[in-house]
Design a protein around this ligand. Structure first.
Ligand SMILES: [Zn+2]
Length: 396
């Protein structure tokens, strides 16, 4: 009798225990994946409209390095908690810059353009609508040890280290980590904290991800999204991500690979591999199916298409054949005269329809360096949504 009673009392607990275990294994992942939809992604590809203004902006009750700035209510509360915890640890943080309106960002961007030109301005300032500060979910923080400035050396200070190690506990991430500029579009900014909530922040911090990577990770159907970049083709994407063109076509039946547009989002098989292995520099490379000069150069951190062409003068980038051996240059020490580093979307429109310069037909590649000659300074910016093929094409 005692035994059977024991069984009856035990069983529900065992059952509940298993359910709880299963739920704890399953729910956080699926719930998190689901809630990712609610995370606002703002970057150079995803901009906010001019009239996006959060309706719950408040001034967090923390120390500021100069004038007070606002944030959305819930992120302000989290910031207050974080600052209090830092203070308890003997770390004094100062808030510096929070919500910025579209118009403010427009003025700020114009200031940098006037001062350094558009090319440099794009590296250090967001264009209006592309600043995460417009979300009201961001606070730049600093410390006395760096003179209350927003500088990379903040990351090495006691305060910067505290932020790095503890921000996620309060729902914040260091939005532009070191070494991830090719993903975020921004240099390392140890001071720029973005609120995403504690669950997401913990996942992001534990896996050393950027917000872009986190939001494109596996969804419940085993796929993840990928945003088309300049120079992408299905071939290149398949090569870079260890899949095949056939698989990409099957996963993306609505996409015509010949008219891929920058910013389009396609599905990749969710195998978790995001980056191609970086081959060694100063060696040779054997051309594979689907390779382009642009694609090959982009696999090396410090090799531009121009340098690749210079190192392989006998090989036409337009007629790369499989099995060709390319020399990969080691360094860029051939910088004569004034040069301009081509940005995504720049196309060289020759002043006369005379493409005798070389075999490139006036095409400029992302990252390529060109000499600024009088007749070739006419740069053309590809509008958003321009078709991205193996290379940026002349549009007129
Ligand atoms: Zn910032």
């Amino acid at each position: 009798m005692r035994n059977s009673a024991g069984i009856f009392t035990c069983r529900p607990f065992i059952f509940l225990g298993m359910v709880t275990l299963l739920l704890s294994l399953f729910l956080p992942m699926t719930a998190l994946a689901h809630e990712k939809d609610e995370i606002l992604l703002v970057n150079k590809e995803n901009s906010l409209s001019a009239d996006y203004v959060p309706d719950n902006l408040v001034y967090p009750n923390v120390s500021f390095s100069s004038d007070r700035e606002s944030m959305q209510q819930h992120s302000a509360n989290a910031l207050e908690e974080m600052f209090a915890a830092a203070s308890n640890d003997g770390v004094q943080l100062y808030a510096a810059s929070g919500y910025r309106s579209y118009d403010y960002q427009a003025d700020l961007y114009q200031y940098w353009v006037n001062r350094y030109g558009e090319e440099r301005a794009n590296q250090i300032s967001a264009k209006p609508g592309e600043s995460e500060h417009q979300t009201g979910l961001v606070m730049d923080v600093t410390s006395a040890s760096v003179n209350y400035e927003l500088v990379q050396s903040f990351g090495d200070t006691t305060e910067g280290q505290w932020v790095e190690n503890n921000a996620a506990n309060y729902g914040f991430i260091v939005r532009y980590p070191e070494g991830k500029q090719h993903i975020t579009g921004y240099q390392y900014e140890p001071w720029h904290l973005r609120y995403v909530g504690a669950d997401h922040a913990a996942e992001i911090a534990a896996n050393n991800l950027t917000l872009e990577e986190y939001l494109s990770q596996d969804s419940s159907d085993g796929t993840r999204t990928y945003t088309i970049q300049a120079g992408d083709t299905f071939w290149k994407i398949a090569n870079d991500h260890g899949t095949t063109v056939d698989q990409l076509l099957a996963l993306n039946p609505d996409f015509d690979p010949l008219t891929l547009q920058i910013g389009d989002q396609i599905l990749l098989p969710g195998d978790g591999s995001t980056n191609p292995d970086q081959p060694n520099e100063g060696t040779s490379y054997t051309v594979k199916a689907g390779d382009t000069f642009w694609g090959i150069a982009s696999n090396y951190s410090d090799v531009t298409v121009q340098e690749l062409m210079d190192a392989n003068p006998d090989i036409s980038p337009r007629y790369l054949s499989i099995g060709t051996t390319l020399t990969i240059p080691t360094s860029s020490d051939n910088q004569n005269g004034e040069q301009y580093v081509v940005a995504t979307g720049n196309v060289w429109i020759h002043s006369t329809p005379d493409f005798t310069v070389d075999s490139r037909n006036g095409v400029l590649y992302n990252g390529e360096r060109v000499e600024l000659l009088g007749e070739t300074t006419n740069m053309y910016q590809i509008p958003d949504g321009y078709v991205s093929k193996n290379y940026a094409e002349i549009v007129e």
